[in-house]
Design a protein around this ligand. Sequence first.
Ligand code: ZN
Length: 174
Amino acid sequence: MVETHGATLANLVAGLGPMVANRFFDEEGIEVADWVPLQKILALLARVGEELGDDALFKIGQSVPATGQFAEGTHTVIRALGSIDVAYHRNHRKDGVEMFTNGRLVDGIGYYICIGEGPRCCILDSASLYPCAFDLGLVTALARKHAPKAEVEHLDSARCRRRGCAACTYLVVW
Ligand SMILES: [Zn+2]
């Protein structure tokens, strides 16, 4: 079983507000714990998307960098974006084992990868299990932490995980 770090619950509270978040926790049977079943979190996010829309998912994703799940020492946008994949794996575990262990990533939850970069831009592919709008919020907030005017655009929007494609491509410019 894959689990996600309990800090995710704080992101849900930050993005939805405590009242709404707690209602979803109750309805999805999610209890506050150090680790939470990933499937329950994904089911909750799917419901948030259906009932509250992309803006709510964006806000939840936006709160991820603020809760300190990213390694220190990522002082540039490019390094921060490059660190998402390790942070993502570090915040999940499979059968009780962290999915970033001894410097190695364990497969099973997709990936975030920079597929191109320039002096002030980066093209990032996400094949994570999280919704596209959530990832857009995460990437936007993380980029703006290091470059406040950073903008993120979904490239080739016909090719999106919400349409069943394997990955979404984001252009980050700052
Ligand atoms: Zn997408």
